[in-house]
Design a protein around this ligand. Structure first.
Ligand code: ADP
Ligand code: ASP
Ligand code: MG
Length: 409
């Protein structure tokens, strides 16, 4: 008998039929004697619909009130799910974040989970009930409703599994595992049996939305066995796990595409100590995450500075940078959302030379111009024009033979 946390994403609970379909899986596992905690997302499209409603009334809806609004999406699915379970004679209780006692900080829209008090859930489980928990939401110390950021139900599930010391956390979605690239973009993408926490962290942060990045961080930190599976088939799925030697045979395990970044270029910046900090300090103070930064070689005391930020933060970044750029005597600030970031990821990269050259060669073979480059121990990312993003995924997938199973040791 195991304690299992399962999470079902938006497409898996998109309508009553689908809710019944996935609930039957839960019932089966419960009848087999397992203790079941089920974390649910809002119905597919619901969170976007709610954001749209808010924006009809305000260009920039108040973050606190927006979170109150968005949290309703998950309230609908957990209650419907429990209604169905009870109608089938299965005892079930739905819990919202204040009842499940998921405590977060007060960063509305991107709140962090600080702790979970599992007493209530454990009580329910002791009574042999299935517990359905609203994903994506928490409460701060005085009871304000917060949300965790898009895709945050994955994080709720893994954090819950860690807090309950569950035997396993299963993420059910609309693909049957983690693939070498987004299978919707790359038809030859191959399902991975296993992927390391580190690789999955990189893939998630670089655009593979199959798992939300913080959920992978939690899983790694607390050693939660994490499986990604399909809610529509019985296929075995992908295990996210620790690294072993066999995994290092291939230099590249996956390709990821992100279309959520924007590029900011500041031209003719005086090249003196202290200028960079004046430009970046206000951006940092506004909690905006700057990703890649490039500073060109200085010519006659001036340089160009280019960096990327999340697209949603571009407007704010421009507002912050423009006055400082004028103050320090820079020429111009230009924002560009027409970019994509294409990345290759692999723990095996550490021990394999020539990976970057092979990447650049493949891109140049399709005449794709590289605008920016950044690397870490296990990834290489290039910023390219947005229109080439999907082509670049397929080209790199081919160039590194990712459609073929790796050789066995
Ligand atoms: P859910 O609503 O269940 O949370 P998401 O839409 O957030 O589902 O994530 C699943 C989607 O992630 C898939 O439909 C797929 O298009 C996309 N995806 C991107 N990269 C990958 C990848 N490497 N492997 C699998 N799916 C991926
Ligand atoms: N409903 C939220 C979203 O659409 C959270 C989630 O689905 O994980 O982002
Ligand atoms: Mg998701």
């Amino acid at each position: 008998m195991a304690l299992i946390v399962q999470k079902y994403g938006g497409t898996s609970v998109a309508n009553p039929d689908r809710i019944a379909n996935v609930a039957n899986r839960v019932i089966q596992a419960w009848r087999d004697g397992h203790k079941m905690v089920v974390v649910l997302s809002a119905m597919a499209g619901e969170t976007d619909r709610l954001i749209g409603l808010g924006k009809e009334l305000a260009e920039d809806p108040d973050p606190r009130e927006l979170d109150v609004l968005l949290a309703t999406g998950e309230q609908v699915t957990v209650s419907l799910f429990s209604i169905f379970l009870r109608a089938q004679g299965v005892p079930a209780t739905s819990l919202l974040s204040h009842q499940a006692r998921i405590y977060t900080d007060r960063a509305y829209g991107r709140a962090r989970i600080l702790g979970i008090d599992t007493a209530r859930i454990k009580e329910e489980l002791k009574k042999n009930r299935v517990v359905t928990v609203a994903g994506f939401q928490g409460v701060d110390e005085v009871g304000n409703i917060t949300t965790l950021g898009r895709g945050g139900s994955d994080t709720t599930a893994v954090a819950m599994a860690a807090a309950l010391k569950a035997d396993c956390c299963e993420i059910y979605t609309d693909v049957d595992g983690v693939y070498t690239a987004d299978p919707r973009i790359c038809p030859t993408a191959r399902k991975l049996e296993r992927i390391t926490y580190d690789e999955m962290l990189e893939m998630a942060s670089l655009g593979a939305k199959v798992l939300e990045i913080r959920s992978v961080g939690f899983a790694r930190r607390y050693g939660v066995p994490l499986v990604v599976r399909s809610s529509f088939t019985k296929a075995p799925g992908t295990l996210v796990t620790v690294e072993d030697e066999e995994m290092e045979i291939v230099p590249v395990s996956g390709v990821a595409l992100s279309r959520n970044d924007a590029r900011v270029t500041i031209t003719r910046v005086p090249d003196r100590p202290g200028i960079a900090v004046r430009l970046f300090r206000p951006v940092a103070d506004a909690n905006i995450v700057v990703d890649m930064i490039i500073q060109n070689t200085s010519i006659e005391g001036y340089t160009d500075l280019t960096f990327t930020v999340p697209q949603d933060d571009l407007k704010k970044t421009m507002e912050l940078i423009r006055p400082v750029a004028a103050e320090v005597g820079a020429q111009q600030v230009v924002g560009d959302t027409n970019i994509a970031k294409i990345s290759i990821v692999g723990v095996g990269m550490k021990n394999n030379a020539g990976v970057a050259a092979r990447m650049f060669e493949a891109l140049s073979g399709e005449n794709i111009n590289i605008l920016m480059i950044s690397t870490s121990e296990i990834k290489i990312s290039c910023v390219i024009e947005d229109k080439y993003g999907e082509l670049a995924v397929r080209v790199l997938h081919d160039a590194f033979d990712l459609g073929q199973p790796p050789p066995k040791r």
